[in-house]
Write a protein that binds this ligand. Sequence first.
Ligand SMILES: Nc1ncnc2c1ncn2[C@@H]1O[C@H](COP(=O)(O)OP(=O)(O)OP(=O)(O)O)[C@@H](O)[C@H]1O
Ligand SMILES: [Mg+2]
Length: 236
Amino acid sequence: MGKIWAISSGSGGVGKSMLAVSLAAGAAKHGKKTILLDASGISRSCDMVLGMESVIVLDMMDVVRDQAAIEAAVYPVGRYEGLGFACASLYDHVPVSEFSSVILALHSLCDVLVIDLPTGQTDLGRGLLRKGDELLLVVRPDQISIRSAERLLMHAGNSDAGVSIVVNRSMKERLKKGVQLSREAVQMILDRPVLAEIPEDASISMSERMGKAAIECDGPAWTSLKALTEALLSGV
Ligand SMILES: Nc1ncnc2c1ncn2[C@@H]1O[C@H](COP(=O)(O)OP(=O)(O)OP(=O)(O)O)[C@@H](O)[C@H]1O
Ligand SMILES: [Mg+2]
């Protein structure tokens, strides 16, 4: 049974999918059998980043309805050996009890299951995350993003998984001007460890446009994405 790294946030557009694709590609590059599950429904974008939008036909709803074997709904990602990509349904709500069994089945197929969760959700089924799994909440270092993460943590507070924070799109100039919260302030307000601070980096969108995960970008975000991947892998 592998580990789950679930990515969520209190507010939308903060970089969940960027991080999910990056961590999944990073784990695969380190030789781990990895599955990336895009469970963000209508906001699905990992397929686009990986250049796989037109390839995906089957999703987890087909598996729940017994219309496909789970292996058929996990698509190999050509660019990253050892990485499979699966999607929850774009439109249909999969009943929680049935989704739990799908997650368990995916889990048993890999060393690391990375889940891109919908904004505002920290779980897909009761007890999805267990001891040793990681729930990463992505925030931008501003008041609104932090406040929504605080609200979300009220629900995630009793998760068995380790709950940590990833600060994304941080900018030194904004910190100097006092319009951005520091890493220490975020950690203090949310009372959870900040595992990484990823800087604003235009090379991320450039990489994504070429079908490459952000961990392959050639800008300042690369160092923190690589360090975060390695820190998480030390627990696998
Ligand atoms: N550190 C960064 N620097 C620059 N651009 C970034 C950074 N992180 C993410 N982005 C860009 O921000 C945009 C939104 O990121 P992403 O789609 O990952 O957010 P999301 O939280 O998954 O959004 P949604 O809530 O819609 O699912 C993307 O175009 C992505 O390339
Ligand atoms: Mg997303």
